[in-house]
Write a protein that binds this ligand. Sequence first.
Ligand code: C2E
Ligand code: CA
Ligand code: CA
Length: 654
Amino acid sequence: MGDKIKYSLGLNKHDSYTRNHMELANMKAVIYMSVFIVFVELWMIERIITIVLFDSEPRTTRWIITHLRSYVILLSAAIFMLVHATRYLKGKRLSYSTNLIILSVYSAICIYFGMYVSYLDYIKGEQILSFITMILFSCCLLVWRPIISLMVLSATFLLFYHICSNEVPATVATNINLFTTWMACLMISISMYHQRMSEARKDAKLEETNKDLHITNEKLEESNSHLDRVSRRDELTGIANMRQFGKTAKLMLQEAFEKGQDLYFLYYDIEHFKTYNEQYGFEEGNNLLRDIAGELSILYEGSAYARYSDDHFIVLTSETDAHEKTEALANWLHEHQGEAFLDLKVGAYKAEEGVGVSISIDHARFACNSIKMNAEKHFCIYDNSLYEKQKRKQYIINHLDFAIENEYIEVFYQPVIWTKNKKVCGLEALSRWRDPEYGLLPPGEFIETLEDVCMIHKLDKYVVDKVCKDYNEAKKSGKKLLPISLNFSQLDFNLCDMVEYVIDTAKKYNVPKEYLEIEITESALSKEHELLKNAMQRFRDAGFNIWLDDFGSGYSSLNVLKDFDFDVLKIDMLFLDNFEENANTKPIINIIINLCNKLKIRSLTEGVETEEEFEFLKEIGCERVQGYYFSKPVPKSELESLIESEKLILSEEL
Ligand code: C2E
Ligand code: CA
Ligand code: CA
């Protein structure tokens, strides 16, 4: 049988939800039906009692019992069902099958009495409304599967027809009436059934959606609370994350500004953490980060602290705490660093009203980054000049290539003078950056930056090239030529083969070796540096002179003299500071000059600014001098005009 027909007849299997829905609907219908029957039966009983008491015609006991019996039975059944259905609705339920039996018996009683009363009415020639009413109640108000309704309705109608027509033969009109009523009842019952079925399905869907919604809600709540945790805590260390820090910091700042207290943002960076990871493994690295976070939470309890990222942490605290606790943290770190060498760098920013938390953190971070790779500095407080400096630094890094290509880098020359006759015996090449945005930048503005980012060799190669070119041009134009000393960074020898470059460039421009002097600073030699030693040897082997620059500025001046050979020793200009006031200056310089004479190294003193300084140096036998007293470093054209105007006189002897 097709599924549709099965479904229409109600032969399909009901799921538990549909069964419960139908049962509940039927129990509600039982209540309406029973209340009605109770009223009707009470009315009937009252009618019988009135007849017995007030009717003049006496009634037999049999008559009374016959009439009362059916009313009382029906009344009792209705009251029973009323109680039963009410209990059901209150949740005191019997099993489904028991309930079905009770409902069937109740329906059978109702139909029986309906049939009985209508039979009596029929044989008296009256309407059969009781039968119809009870059928409507039992098969339409109560809902059964269509097949059951069909069977019950057909059986009862046939039975009723049979009993009645035995007594009084039915007319054609009665037959038709009975048939159409049967048909109508059947239609109503089937339609009621399908209506209930579709309600049940809708309800089931609704309930399922509700259940899903409930589950979704539960899941949402769960993930919300997880998200809330994640959104506040750093996953690795469990301390606050930046979001939470931002919130706490805002409140702390508000309170501090109201009370007029100073607060500092501290940005911690653990330098060389990478080497710790490499040495001990990633997992141990994570453990150390957790421990650091733990230490922070002990030190800064009551303040705001968080993990910023990687090995960076952020704190908002008072000024005294900033110093004391930072020191405590640095000590703790050194105790827990194992074989690695970790360095705690701190950038601080004093909180200001009107400056937001994230900008303040940026400032602290900026201050911290400015001392990165600087082994001597551990604590740096942000100020605006720091920012400007950093901006300029970045500009230099970004624009070096462009500056070289466009010849913004210029070579200035500073004359070196014979003390004996004040004539120029050589020139020192010193670079300048003539920038369209920042103007003329002295080397102090860019040399260190270029060293920091390992770009210094680009500049020095350019200077070597320019100096050789200038020499070549001077030679071609028949000018008198002077040796030029070149400055190099220690890094030049790591970053490229500077020795080879100088040799090649000199060859390219036909510059004889004696016309290029190689200046190596004392500080470069103080570090154990095989590469530099090797480079110096190669320069020497190639026939270049090597000068020791900035002698006396470092800690190992004498050692340097012991270990290397130099042609010229440049006494650092610091010795001439406070020349007149400092009584020690003269004897010290005197000793250095004597030392040079003993070691057969030629002497040169830098930074000579006065007549007195010059006279003293001449007197003690310093061979050469260099300084503003004679000339500042000047561009090539200016140097030429100084020579032309005989303000500078070139020496014959070199
Ligand atoms: P330095 O080699 O010791 O050069 C001498 C510095 O002293 C120059 O500064 C010069 O202008 C300055 N100076 C000369 N006479 C006097 C004086 O009488 N009084 C005072 N107060 N200063 C005087 P500058 O040109 O600013 O160069 C600074 C440093 O930058 C140089 O020190 C040198 O180490 C480095 N440098 C300059 N140009 C280059 C370059 O092209 N490459 C490399 N690697 N370093 C360079
Ligand atoms: Ca120099
Ligand atoms: Ca120098």
